[in-house]
Design a protein around this ligand. Structure first.
Ligand code: C5P
Length: 231
């Protein structure tokens, strides 16, 4: 195998969790640490790629040697990803994007006031950025590999891989990296266990170990797909 399988390629990666403001001091957020996305950025860099990292809130620092754009909200992440994706050979959505944001953002701190009703927060949907990236890629007719992540739990109605296969179809991405999420697994942890599904329908590929190990397997797989599809 070549020493730098992604030499000459540009890889755009989103990482971390978006924060959706309620007022100047409060937000709705999620538990993403950014560790998996940062590990991917490092692995892509070490494979020789030019790396663009779109970083939402992260508990770990961005790696050296990558271009970083910091964002807060899903809408900001969408804009940053759409512009970074243009001209990229690979786009990886590893960020935990809030599905909803508060419908109204108060310009001043929301206060508790005696004799007044407690506030009710209504939410509106955020766009599905992964799906949009695929749509833009297809409309442009460019050759670009789009990779999504999915955290799935199995339940009485179906198993994890069935749900993941449906998601892969719905999102239209080329590869979907599936986490099986248990109660205390994945979030903030250093270890991860995933299955990589491909739209082309090749056998599911498993990987587990540290988030660094998983990133190396995902980046290897991306290198293999690229040399097969866009040599
Ligand atoms: O639908 P779900 O959130 O499970 O899909 C996860 C994948 O979709 C991840 O790659 C995530 O980054 C991406 N996503 C997105 N925009 C959203 C929600 C999720 O791009 N609004």
């Amino acid at each position: 195998a070549p020493l730098f399988p992604l030499a000459g390629r540009t890889v755009t990666i989103s990482a971390g969790g978006t924060r959706e403001p309620l007022d100047p001091v409060r937000f709705l957020g999620n538990r993403s640490s950014g560790k998996q996305g940062v590990a991917l950025a490092e692995a892509a860099r070490d494979a020789g790629a030019t790396v663009r990292l779109v970083a939402a809130h992260m508990e770990v620092p961005a790696p050296a040697g990558v271009d970083v754009v910091s964002v807060e909200t899903a809408l900001q992440l969408r804009d940053a990803m759409l512009s970074a994706a243009a001209g990229s050979d690979v786009v990886i959505m590893a960020a935990a994007v809030a599905d909803f944001r508060p419908a109204d953002v108060s310009g001043t701190k929301i206060k508790k006031r005696d004799g007044h009703a407690d506030p009710v927060v209504s939410l509106v949907r955020n766009p599905d950025i992964l799906h949009e990236l695929v749509t833009v890629r297809d409309a442009g007719g460019t050759s670009q590999l789009v990779v999504g992540f999915a955290a799935e739990t199995g339940d009485a109605h179906g198993d994890v891989l069935e749900y993941a296969a449906e998601k892969l179809k719905r999102k239209g991405c080329d590869l979907l990296v599936v986490n099986h999420v248990g109660s205390d697994k994945v979030f903030g942890q250093d270890h991860n266990s995933v299955v990589i599904l491909s739209r082309a329908g090749s056998e599911p590929q498993s990987a587990s170990g540290t988030k660094h190990d998983v990133a190396a397997v995902v980046i290897d797989r991306i290198g293999a797909e690229l040399s097969r599809v866009f040599p």
